[in-house]
Write a protein that binds this ligand. Structure first.
Ligand code: FES
Length: 203
């Protein structure tokens, strides 16, 4: 079987919940924010992106099939349409349950030249995970990413809405200790992005 046929044949996405299985979990605050956003956009289709950020926040950082179904339900879109959007953009977490903090390691040219691979290997060893994996205590998810557009701070890490760089081993140790005491930066990032959407479109 060719790679192309395999890619088309293997479907590991979770099954879409049936309408009768749907348990709406958006908080009152999220429902109100979604309602407020309706006046910022020309139609409900345009609300899919902010709706998914809201869901990522409300569902603890991961867009499960239930989270995607709730966005589809609240915006009157099909599950397939919303899932297609969610799985297209890498900042929506649809692959697996992410940790409380997502550490993104830039390994593009400037960061690579400044030791990003050594930093990545150090993180992998300290956390006991590879890129794309989450620690067993659910604390950290590690990802390798393309240029984060702050090459002057190479080697650079992103955690939630914060850049960290230039980093060395001592900085990484301290950063991990501090993150262990913090609330979810994955949820915080989603909340910050929802706030930006709420500000946009306001006169
Ligand atoms: S190469 Fe790492 S931020 Fe640009």
């Amino acid at each position: 079987m060719s790679d192309l046929i395999q890619l088309g044949a293997v479907n590991e996405r979770p099954r879409a919940p049936r309408p009768e299985e749907l348990e709406l979990k958006f908080s009152e605050k999220a429902v109100q924010q979604l309602e407020a956003l309706k006046s910022h956009y020309p139609n409900l289709k345009a609300l899919v992106l902010p709706g998914l950020w809201m869901a990522q926040r409300e569902y603890g950082g991961t867009l499960t099939a239930e989270a995607i179904a709730e966005v589809a339900h609240r915006l009157g879109r099909s599950y397939a349409e919303v899932e297609g959007v969610a799985t297209y953009y890498s900042m929506y977490n649809t692959d697996h349950a992410v940790g409380r903090h997502m550490i993104e390691v830039c390994t593009c040219l400037s960061c690579h030249m400044c030791g990003a691979y050594r930093i990545g290997d150090y993180l992998k060893e300290k956390l006991g995970v590879d890129y794309g994996e989450t620690t067993s205590d659910g604390m950290f998810t590690l990802h390798e990413v393309e240029c984060l557009d702050a090459c002057d701070r190479a080697p650079l890490l992103q955690v939630g809405d914060q850049y960290h760089g230039p980093v060395d081993y001592a900085y990484v140790d301290k950063m991990l200790d501090e993150l262990r005491k913090e609330e979810s930066t994955v949820v915080k990032l989603a909340d910050e992005i929802v706030k930006v959407h709420l500000l946009n479109g306001k006169d």
